[in-house]
Design a protein around this ligand. Structure first.
Ligand code: SF4
Length: 239
């Protein structure tokens, strides 16, 4: 059981091991490290509930169609500008952006637009620009903003060329309309039942199920529905 937990939480296990080694070899540094970590944990405990509420509101109240039309792959320059505005008028540290971006991707946002949201949130959001202008001067802030903005759009274009939606570890879908077979990756327990029952539709990768058949015919769809009923985590959706 412990081995299973450690396997599933490799990063956490590595950090815990480093702390233990540090505690044995340099106890003073270990205490300092724990204190610093606690500072960030407290900060996250204050910020993350608000982020989760915001994410739930978007998830529950904003229809998938609206996200696809606003931020989807086909939204073009309008989607890029919306993403830029969303990131620019955000607040809070960058780690708060990850659950929001994950939810946007799961609801159909394009990869390029998610890169734009994340990057603007990190380096050109308005509250930060105000502080930057105050401490480093408006000319510095404006020049950096302009150059960074150009870089963000170039980076978004390159990432969207390199990374496809099927490479992302969240809800998979067969089309932007959300129709087809999907897996809520965050719910998948990695039992492999789906891949065994329907190997032409599902496969296992890195301990999670993935959809490999993008356009199931009616018979395959029936098979997928039957498989979804057998999924112990109820992670498979067939529309
Ligand atoms: S059956 Fe469900 S829980 Fe098991 S691997 Fe497939 S999707 Fe994941």
């Amino acid at each position: 059981m412990l081995a299973g937990f450690l396997r599933k939480n490799k990063l956490l296990s590595l950090v815990a091991t480093i702390y233990i080694v540090l505690l044995i070899t340099l106890p003073g540094k270990a205490i300092e490290a724990v204190q610093n970590s606690m500072y960030y944990v407290m900060e996250m405990l204050m910020i993350m509930p608000v982020v989760f509420i915001l994410t739930s509101i978007i998830e529950g109240w904003i229809p998938k169609k609206a996200i696809i039309s606003g931020f989807g792959e086909g939204s073009g320059i309008k989607g890029n500008i919306l993403a830029f505005l969303l990131g620019s008028f955000s607040a809070g540290p960058i780690y708060a952006a990850f659950p929001v971006c994950k939810m946007l991707l799961a609801k159909g946002a394009g990869i390029a637009n998610v890169v734009i949201v994340l990057s603007t949130w990190a380096v050109v959001k308005v509250p930060m620009l105000a502080n930057e202008a105050k401490f480093l001067g408006p000319k510095f802030m404006a020049t950096r903003w302009a150059l960074t903005t150009v870089s963000i759009f170039i980076m978004a274009y390159i990432v969207a060329k390199q990374v496809k939606r099927k490479d992302m570890p969240m809800v998979e879908e067969t089309a932007e309309t959300g129709k087809g077979v999907r897996i809520a990756a965050e719910c998948c327990a990695g039992c492999g039942v789906c891949a065994k029952l329907s190997p032409m539709i599902f496969t296992m990768s890195d301990g999670k199920a993935r959809v490999i058949l993008e356009t199931p015919n009616p018979k395959q769809k029936q098979k997928a529905q039957a498989t979804a009923e057998r999924c112990p985590a109820k992670a498979i959706q067939v529309d």
